[in-house]
Design a protein around this ligand. Structure first.
Ligand code: PMP
Length: 373
């Protein structure tokens, strides 16, 4: 068909996800060792599945109010410790991604700068640009700590927001309380909105997770339950923040997502009553196994959270070359340049069975012996 180019100019702002590229490369592999997955390998608790089924069977299948049902919102407010705060509001969103989209569309004007930390979750720079903003990257290699002096220097008159991800994808870092507090104060002192993506907050192993909202009540928290309860496909996210911003996000949601899927909303209170600590302990053991086995070949600081290791490639390799070689050996991992400007690392997800972790570690250790190229 001969038709004009109907694609919108704004599509030029989007880099297709490099994770999809790995999946494309891998699609002809029969039985790959898959350490590329960004979702947990455990099953949704029975009671939670039952509540979603009950919602369907009891004919609760229509739209809900835009902000989500009260039973779910109230339960989340308690989990987040914000039930007493009059000037804070909470909205259920369509996954954490949906919350991030609403947050950025509600706050970013064309020309606004948004500071983000490299390595970042790939949605961030893409969505910032789509909202008309300019991503301003602050490098956090090699330890992925928050470089507060450089963050301070990156703030200009155009800075509208700072986007934080704690626990971090891909770094697995959980920022110490002192760094979170200092960042929260820096945002406050400069009148900059701090957006905190806390989707991995349940996945912390050695350090206590601390939200910047404890130090800066104007923080906009965006989070979700998909990773914590194993239902990423149900699209359960939420955001809480200053009432006026959340009101604007509710307004946008009316026209974009309408509401979080209704059966999933009805399962939220039951999910929040489940004790997921055995699952988290199990992930801690997976982290220890993989981190310890790979430490000497790929020296790294043990990450405190999420379910990823972000490891330096051996000398002489680029991240992409190393990953291409891994895929040739049927091991799926993600090159570091998907998450930022450098091509020096690769991401391994340990959200996988012990047998898969063992096979993956064997292949990685074998690769570490190879000459590059
Ligand atoms: N933020 C981060 C840091 C993530 O890693 C992900 C998922 N990979 C998301 C947001 C999106 O999560 P959801 O499935 O809830 O939209």
């Amino acid at each position: 068909m001969n038709h004009p180019n109907w694609n919108a100019d704004r599509l030029a702002y989007l880099d297709p996800s490099g994770i999809r590229k790995v999946f494309d490369l891998a699609k002809n592999l029969k039985n790959p060792v898959n350490l590329s997955i960004g979702q947990p390998d455990f099953q949704v608790p029975d009671i939670v599945r039952q509540k979603a089924v009950d919602s369907i069977q009891n004919h609760a299948n229509g739209y809900t109010v835009t902000q989500g049902i009260d039973a779910a919102r109230d339960a989340l407010k308690i989990r987040e410790g914000i039930q007493h705060l009059q000037d804070r509001e909470l909205i259920l969103t369509s996954g954490t991604s949906g919350g991030l989209v609403l947050a950025l569309l509600a706050t970013i004007n064309p020309g606004d700068e948004v500071i983000l930390f490299d390595p970042w979750f790939a949605l961030y720079p893409n969505m910032i640009r789509l909202a008309g903003g300019t991503p301003v990257t602050v490098d956090t290699y090699p330890d992925f700590d928050l470089p507060l002096d450089r963050i301070g220097k990156a703030i200009t008159a155009k800075t509208k927001a700072i986007l934080l991800n704690n626990s971090g994808n891909p770094s697995g870092r959980v920022y110490p309380k002192g760094q979170v507090e200092a960042l929260a104060n820096l945002a406050k002192e400069n009148g900059v909105l701090l957006i905190s993506d806390e989707i991995y907050s349940s996945f912390t192993y050695d350090t206590e997770f601390v939200s910047p909202v404890c130090f800066n009540p104007d923080t906009l928290v965006v989070s979700g339950l998909g990773k914590s309860y194993g239902f990423t496909g149900w699209r359960v996210g939420f955001a809480h923040g200053p009432r006026d911003i959340i009101q604007q996000m509710i307004k946008l949601q009316q026209f974009i997502y309408v509401c979080t899927p209704t059966p999933a909303q009805h399962a939220i209170p039951a999910a929040l009553e489940c004790d997921i600590s055995p699952l988290i302990k199990n992930y801690q053991a997976k982290r220890d196994y993989l981190s310890d086995r790979l430490q000497s070949a790929f020296p790294h600081k043990k990450p405190e959270g999420a379910f990823y290791l972000f490891l330096p490639v051996p000398k002489g390799w680029t991240g992409s070359q190393f990953v291409a070689e891994a895929i040739r050996r049927e091991l799926l991992i993600i090159p570091g340049n998907v998450f930022g400007e450098k091509d020096t690392h690769f991401r391994v997800s340990y959200a996988a069975s012990q047998a898969t972790l063992e096979k993956g570690a064997d292949i990685l250790l074998e690769l570490a012996q190879l000459a590059p190229g």
